[in-house]
Design a protein around this ligand. Sequence first.
Ligand SMILES: Nc1ncnc2c1ncn2[C@@H]1O[C@H](COP(=O)(O)OP(=O)(O)OP(=O)(O)O)[C@@H](O)[C@H]1O
Length: 311
Amino acid sequence: MGVIETNSLTKTYDGKGGISDVTLSIEEGIVYGFLGPNGSGKSTFVRTLLGLLVPTSGEGFILGEPIGTTKSREQVGYLPELFRYPNWMTGKQLLESHADLCKIPARQQNKRIQEVVDLVGMTGREKGKISGFSKGMSQRIGIACAILNDPKVIFLDEPTSALDPIGRKDVRDLMAYLRDQGKTVFLNSHLLHEVESLCNYVSIVHQGEMIAQGPWRELMMTEARVEIVTAGSIAAPFPAFVTSYQKGKEQEGRMRWVLELENETDIPKILHYLSSKQIDVFEVKPNTPHLEDVFLHWVNQKKESAYVDNQ
Ligand SMILES: Nc1ncnc2c1ncn2[C@@H]1O[C@H](COP(=O)(O)OP(=O)(O)OP(=O)(O)O)[C@@H](O)[C@H]1O
């Protein structure tokens, strides 16, 4: 059984919104990406898994325990998307109150708090009042609270939304660290590149429906696009597997091309082809598809398969 398992899990609000019919199984020790635009149902799904919302139908398990039970919650950590902490507290006081809630024995609290404060890059600053924290510092202290009880499963809802690029990288490194410690991280995000660098497995959700799930690389292979800079123009046409190409401006004897391929695995074939024509290549840059393109692709796939099923 996976660390997180759901079977047709559904949570709607009086029949509207929310998320419907999600079946998934997540193995231990990975960062699992739950990817979807705003309003697609990501927070609803996480809150249902945590037992903060009662499912409309279906079932779910965390570490083999039915969702909503104390046992299922004992080993999880959670960073909500919109969190507010009391402004009058210091970061350390906030962590102490969480430590009490997690029943961490008093004599172990200082050591554990120091560990998580160091891990989230807040060393020394935890003594300041929350009212003086920037959004990024609040986000970090929120993550510290989520991992304080050393949970096996950690739910992070848009954890980098308030962070600058350096802060985002720190949080990505932290997620990778937790994964390497054998933890399972469930990451809600609407940012393709955030999920891309960390998650081998993802679900894509759209308008309250799971439209695709599987290995990241397979789901992103909606269409491969590659930018190539060659020496001069190319006399012969590209081979047939290049479905379309655009020629850029020639600059200092070099030409930039944008090629569309059916599959990423065609990139080496293009390089073989250019080398066989003795054309020098200066740059090869695979283009990551835009999130909107990926969603559109899978929404259309889903519609097509529904049409085939109905025939
Ligand atoms: N308490 C609620 N009552 C009624 N509808 C709700 C409630 N919470 C969420 N919804 C609706 O359910 C849908 C999914 O919302 P949800 O917040 O789960 O999506 P999300 O993907 O997490 O979006 P975001 O990233 O913007 O938070 C939306 O249409 C939203 O309006």
